[in-house]
Write a protein that binds this ligand. Structure first.
Ligand code: PEP
Length: 244
């Protein structure tokens, strides 16, 4: 059984100074929960500060990575750069990147491969928009997206199911919705990775908070959460960590 992953996504929030205060507050109050891994996905500029100030055992990572190794890609951050500051993870294919930066499944897969080639574990995000769910096509659509996003990607990966209509909206999928998709995703992972699929963590993301995390992550095919809004305040993070 893999450990439960509580992955935090700060999005474009927190300066390095604010990140330092957050990490110091966490260090003061954090007690590891058994079987739970905590990881903070922060803006690239805050990562060195996190490396120096997070409590022992808390991992961190980036929110995006270049699909290229190095070179003339102005403004991009490479996987080697993330690895060099101590990152363990990187989020790829978040719906905000797909929506605002036109990232396709092929680009997401290229980024995931680049991450793995540099020793990072990619957290590959997938999930349907509201109109797709209303048509009842959420499972087939999300699995098609996942198939494309995992093309030629190795098994050292985390999958995050994040229905777009639940991200930052306060609308949470029910625990049964999360489990339905978690089980479908697990089936696809088993086709692609065989027995190794059992060790791949499948997260749910979308308005997760201290008061709903336990029910959602209590489902057999939900191995943790990717949390945006509720990751910004340390008391909420401690509440979620303790609830798992
Ligand atoms: C996210 O950013 O991945 C996310 C799930 O955000 P929120 O928890 O705010 O819905």
């Amino acid at each position: 059984m893999p450990s439960t992953l509580l992955a935090l996504n700060w999005k474009m929030n927190k300066t390095p100074t604010e990140a330092r205060s957050w990490a110091e507050e966490l260090k003061e109050k954090y007690a590891p929960a058994e079987g739970v891994e905590l990881a903070v996905m922060a803006p690239a500029l805050a990562l060195s500060t996190l490396a120096a100030n997070l409590p022992a055992g808390v991992a961190f990572g980036g929110q995006d990575v270049s699909a290229h190794e190095a070179g003339a890609y102005t403004g991009e951050i490479s996987a080697a750069m993330l690895k060099d500051v101590g990152a363990a993870y990187v989020v790829v294919g978040h719906s905000e990147r797909r929506e605002y930066h036109g990232e396709t499944d092929a680009v997401v897969a290229a980024k995931a491969k680049q991450a793995q080639a540099n020793g990072l574990v990619p957290i590959v995000c997938v999930g349907e928009k509201l109109e797709v769910r209303e048509r009842g096509e959420h499972v087939s659509s999300t699995l098609a997206q996942l198939r494309g996003s995992l093309a030629d990607v190795g098994e050292d990966v985390v999958v995050a199911y994040e229905p777009v209509w639940a991200i930052g909206t306060g609308k949470t999928a029910t625990a049964d919705d999360a489990e339905e998709m978690g089980a479908a995703i697990r089936g696809l992972l088993a086709e692609q990775y065989g027995e190794k699929a059992a060790d791949i963590r499948v997260l749910y993301g979308g308005s997760v908070k201290p008061d709903n995390i336990a029910e959602i992550c209590g489902k057999p095919n939900v191995d943790g959460a990717l949390v945006g809004g509720a990751s910004l305040k340390v008391p909420d993070v401690l509440g979620m960590n303790d609830a798992l």
